[in-house]
Design a protein around this ligand. Structure first.
Ligand SMILES: NC(=O)c1ccc[n+]([C@@H]2O[C@H](COP(=O)([O-])OP(=O)(O)OC[C@H]3O[C@@H](n4cnc5c(N)ncnc54)[C@H](O)[C@@H]3O)[C@@H](O)[C@H]2O)c1
Ligand SMILES: [Zn+2]
Length: 356
């Protein structure tokens, strides 16, 4: 099933959502809104005031961040839905970032063997990535996204002004996912966004908002072509083989890093290898590097760091036959998936990560 994407245009996306929820498809449906503490305070009042169809909706609050993505929270929500008389015709609306949409989608996928849900993302990561594509998941025993379902949302409602209250750290997190998407799809847009970021001391939210619908469309087109992540959807992992390993290692070391910044570093490493192995233009790599170091201040890796990161990369579930497989770029817009990279090339790329 294809998700209906509600974008702002002359008509606000919240007005479109109101129209959708008032349509025949949802007559007699009970509406349940999922929030966390921050979206309860920052986003729910606006949503209710603009979407009259949600006047009688019930809302459930989940813990902020990864804590929401647990089997315990899912079980509590299933119980709360039953207590509130939810049935197969009910609809869950996930108002929040990727953590809210991942748990809300998971709960919708399991309840009565699958009920409908709509994502209303309120973070940049949520808008351009987590709300799109139907992957839902919870974490098990501290390991991320171990149990989940593919379950496509009925609709995704993109209201960029929710970003106005988002902390800078969360904007940065989304920025590198946005950079990844533009590297996969549109060289001109990659250059324009990068130039705008390098030219600013703050985050140019107005510019960032302009690229949201393009990123959503691109992800949705990849998902439509490969909904179950068997082939070309893997391209969305650009920067992530390095990124996940860096994130896990930093977590183990108790050196705080967000997923987004780890992906940014991963992108720099992947682009460096792309210049060496696939002939990617040097100026694409140097532009990304300049932008990344303008935004994040991250010390270079030591030899010991690289060995630890490499050991995490060896464990990456996407590797086959003992090879480390990465997505690299031939040129902007032309990714190559499953490129086998040897360990010395990985060491080299990690050691090249620096301001110089
Ligand atoms: N399913 C997928 O395809 C997919 C893709 C990418 C990421 N993810 C998942 O998404 C999660 C990360 O999502 P995220 O980065 O959105 O994090 P998040 O949901 O934890 O949100 C980040 C923080 O921003 C707060 N917040 C949300 N909206 C706000 C607003 N408008 N104003 C002020 N504060 C606000 C949240 O309460 C939270 O503290 C991870 O668990 C990741 O695994 C899933
Ligand atoms: Zn990511």
């Amino acid at each position: 099933m294809k998700s209906n994407i509600l974008y702002p245009s002359r008509i606000s996306s919240l007005a479109k959502l109101n129209r959708l929820l008032s349509s025949e498809a949802y007559s007699n449906a009970k509406f349940f809104i999922l929030v966390d503490e921050n979206t309860y305070n920052q986003c729910l009042p606006l949503l209710i005031s603009k979407v009259a169809a949600l006047e009688n909706a019930e809302f459930f609050e989940v813990p902020v961040g990864e804590e929401a993505k647990s089997l315990e929270v899912a079980a509590q929500l299933w119980g709360a839905l039953l207590d509130s008389g939810a049935d197969r015709n009910s609809l869950i609306l996930n108002l929040g970032g990727g953590c809210v949409s991942d748990i809300g989608g998971f709960v919708a996928a399991g309840f009565k063997r699958g009920i409908r849900y709509i994502n209303i993302p309120t973070t940049l990561v949520g808008m351009i990535d987590a709300s799109v594509g139907g992957k839902t998941a919870v974490n098990v025993e501290n390991a991320k996204n171990q149990v989940g379902f593919f379950h496509q949302p009925d609709a995704i409602c993109i209201y960029p002004d929710f970003l106005d209250t988002l902390p800078d750290l969360e904007i940065v997190s989304g920025l590198f996912e946005m950079t990844k998407t533009l590297l996969l799809s549109d060289g001109q847009a990659f250059k324009s966004l990068t130039d705008a970021l390098i030219g600013c001391s703050a985050y140019p939210l107005g510019v960032i908002k302009q690229y949201i619908s393009q990123c959503v469309d691109f992800k949705q087109s990849v998902v439509d072509a490969d909904p179950y992540d068997k082939s070309i959807r893997k391209m969305l992992n650009l920067g992530h083989t390095f990124g996940h390993a860096i994130e896990s290692y930093m977590l183990e070391q108790k050196r705080a890093i967000t997923h987004g910044v780890a992906v940014g570093i991963g992108l720099e490493c992947a682009l460096y290898l792309s210049t060496k192995k696939l002939g990617l233009a040097e100026n694409t790599y140097s532009l990304l590097k300049k932008m990344l170091h303008h935004i994040v201040d991250f010390e270079r890796f030591t030899l010991a760091d690289t060995e630890h990161i490499l050991s995490y990369m060896r464990k990456d579930k996407k590797n086959a036959d003992g090879l480390i497989l990465c997505v690299l770029l031939q040129e902007v817009g032309t990714p190559v998936i499953d490129v086998a990279v040897d360990e010395n090339e990985i060491r080299d790329a990690l050691l090249k990560f620096s301001k110089l």
